[in-house]
Write a protein that binds this ligand. Structure first.
Ligand code: MN
Length: 254
């Protein structure tokens, strides 16, 4: 088997090192094409107005001055002589659940793999306030090889990404695996933090307000809160088919 790895935290991220160890348990041929710098929150963006600089770091290992999406395209369309059997994106520093999915460069890396016709999974490691400086990548590393091996036995439709999140627990305390749906936080969690610089002029940071609440059962959020590995099948086609008839009726198109 041939696997292409990317992530959104950058070529030097500890989560990418963990993913490399995971991938080497599954395949002999592992390629790494990852961003030079942290691309978290860049979603599915493409670099269109700047050159893509490519830096070779050794055998089948490259850094791209671009996004995870750029990296997957570079790997599949330019670097790899043969198509990969699998694209893995991660292991992200931090969970990618609920509203995170829309912003996630990690999930987007897997989406790009899927768009290019390759089976693709996104992997993320949850952390808490206490573990934010040292997320438990050891948990993803302990559980991913067996989980991925089992998932690879299943054939999936072509427009699916599997979004896999590992809970903020030591490997031995994980409470199993749950197939989940994408959750929704119960309040707008993104905000603007205003600060002032050395001359008293304002500047701003995007800030995340993550307040605890009881997420509904069956969601990725709830699985993380209760210490289970979450596997969410995501579809690239976001059409809300259940609304099509109502819309057509409203516009007198029926
Ligand atoms: Mn990230």
């Amino acid at each position: 088997m041939r696997i292409l790895l990317t992530n959104d935290d950058g070529i030097n991220a500890p989560g990418l090192a963990a993913l490399e160890r995971i991938a080497h348990k599954l395949a002999d041929e592992v390629w790494v094409v990852a961003p030079e710098t942290d691309q978290s929150g860049k979603s599915h963006s493409l670099t269109l107005s700047d050159p893509l600089r490519l830096r070779s770091l050794g055998d089948r290992r490259f850094a791209v001055h671009g996004t995870p999406t750029d990296c997957v395209i570079m790997g599949i369309r330019h670097l790899m002589p043969e198509l990969p059997d699998l694209v893995l994106s991660g292991v992200n520093r931090g969970q990618n659940v609920a509203d995170d999915i829309g912003y996630s460069g990690t999930v987007a890396g897997a989406m790009e793999g899927t768009l290019l016709g390759i089976r693709s999974f996104a992997l993320s490691q949850s952390f808490s306030a206490e573990t934010r400086h040292d997320p438990k990548f050891v948990t993803a590393e302990a559980h991913a090889p067996d989980l991925l091996t089992r998932l690879l036995d299943l054939s999936l439709p072509p427009d699916i990404v599997l979004n896999i999140n590992f809970p903020d627990r030591p490997p031995e305390s994980v409470e199993g695996i749950e197939i989940t749906s994408q959750g929704k936080r119960n309040q707008a969690f993104v905000d603007i933090d205003e600060r002032s610089d050395g001359r008293g002029l304002p500047y701003y940071w995007i800030a995340m307000r993550r307040e605890r609440f009881e997420a509904p059962r069956g969601t990725d959020l709830r699985a993380m809160a209760e210490g289970r590995i979450s596997v969410t099948p995501l579809r690239l086609d976001m059409t809300a088919r259940d609304l099509a008839d109502r819309l057509a009726g409203h516009l007198d198109l029926a």
